[in-house]
Design a protein around this ligand. Structure first.
Ligand code: UFG
Length: 324
């Protein structure tokens, strides 16, 4: 059985579905702060609980025969992490440590960790490969880097087999599972909500040193992210101790995302330009050659238009997210 922490979250629920479809039994742990009960595909066991409660973790590991963990539960908003670093270190570091300690106590020695491109900070060179210096520019990225470091030492001391995936910008949707945060801060859902008539989308900064002045990101489809986790579990001996970028190697600017969304939706998207958002690097584009060669991973939906189309399908069908 596989434990997926954050299994009700945006990426977590897709990982759960993909794992189930490959025939594995899953238990999902989620405190439902951002996750959704409705997003957890049945017959997955959902345990509502928090990583900051070691007792809850002990009960879970005693009840379910977990052999490996995919750890995705986290606080994930870059800007909030600057205003409230305590929350980020508490959940992403202390919570993660509680998880690792519970794993060690219960003899579970395999973990796939969802890390982030935010570990790199402002890139010195693009595309960013895994050897690039890690100098996070926000507490979110710092918390992810700290946990990668903790994994390294737990690997050496306690034999924990670990692999980290540094996601670039997760985007898109799969059948019935899509992005639904409250409040929504991410670009593509905000752009598409504007297309639906919910106000204007703000462009945070048009004075970056990029092709059109807006930030550039590497959008990677959630299902492609999920597939990498399954490949890592299948070939854990090969990837132990490694960190991998998950991105398409294609950079799209915020303004390009808005233009592409206009083409996909056939609607004009009202927008306004605003000031830069704190903690945002100008450009984040992955080199993903390491994961391609080690795991044979290739994004199946690398095209921004297809990614946005899948997100648009989800939003049209679920204008209120998972709420009825
Ligand atoms: N943006 C806007 N308007 C919006 C929302 C976002 O202009 O309404 C801009 C942001 O300033 C940024 C870009 O769009 O330049 C992407 O922003 P997102 O909030 O969609 O995503 P982030 O790049 O901030 O962060 C995401 C994940 C993190 C992850 C990071 C790594 O939320 O968990 O990608 O690249 F670490």
């Amino acid at each position: 059985m596989i434990l997926v922490t954050g299994g009700g979250g945006y990426v977590g629920c897709v990982v759960v579905r993909e794992l189930m479809q490959s025939g594995l039994d899953i238990v999902a742990l989620d405190n439902l702060s951002q996750g959704h009960v409705e997003a957890v595909s049945s017959p997955t066991h959902l345990v509502v609980g928090d990583l900051r409660e070691p007792g809850a973790l002990d009960r879970l590991f005693s009840e379910f025969p977990v052999r490996a963990v995919i750890h995705m539960a986290a606080e994930t908003e870059v800007e909030r992490s600057l205003a409230n670093p305590r929350q980020y270190f508490d959940v992403n570091v202390t919570g993660g440590l509680n998880l690792l300690n519970a794993m060690v106590r219960h003899g579970v020695n395999t973990i796939v960790f969802s890390s982030s491109a935010a570990v790199y900070g402002e890139p010195e060179s693009v595309p960013i490969d895994e050897a690039h210096p890690k100098r996070p520019v926000n507490a979110y990225g710092e918390s992810k880097l700290m946990f990668e470091t903790i994994l390294h030492w737990y690997g050496l001391a306690y034999g924990v087999r670990h692999v980290s995936f540094r996601y670039f910008n997760a985007a898109g949707a799969v059948d019935g599972l899509g992005e639904s945060h409250n409040p929504e801060t991410h670009l593509i859902p905000n752009v598409l909500r504007a297309a639906l008539g919910h106000g204007q989308v703000a462009v945070f900064g048009t004075d970056y040193p990029t092709k059109d002045g807006s930030c550039v990101r590497d959008f990677v489809h959630v299902r492609d992210i999920a597939r990498a986790h399954i490949a890592a579990l299948d070939r854990i001996e090969k990837v132990v101790g490694k960190a991998y970028n998950l991105g398409t190697e294609r950079g799209s600017s915020v303004l390009e995302v808005i233009r592409t969304a206009e083409e996909v939706t056939g609607r004009e998207i009202p927008m306004k330009t605003g000031v830069r958002r704190a903690g945002d690097p100008a450009v984040l584009v992955a080199s993903s050659s390491r994961v391609r060669s080690d795991l044979g991973w290739e994004p199946q939906t690398p095209d921004l238009r297809d990614i946005i189309r899948s997100a648009w399908r989800w939003l049209e069908a679920h204008p209120n997210g998972y709420r009825r």
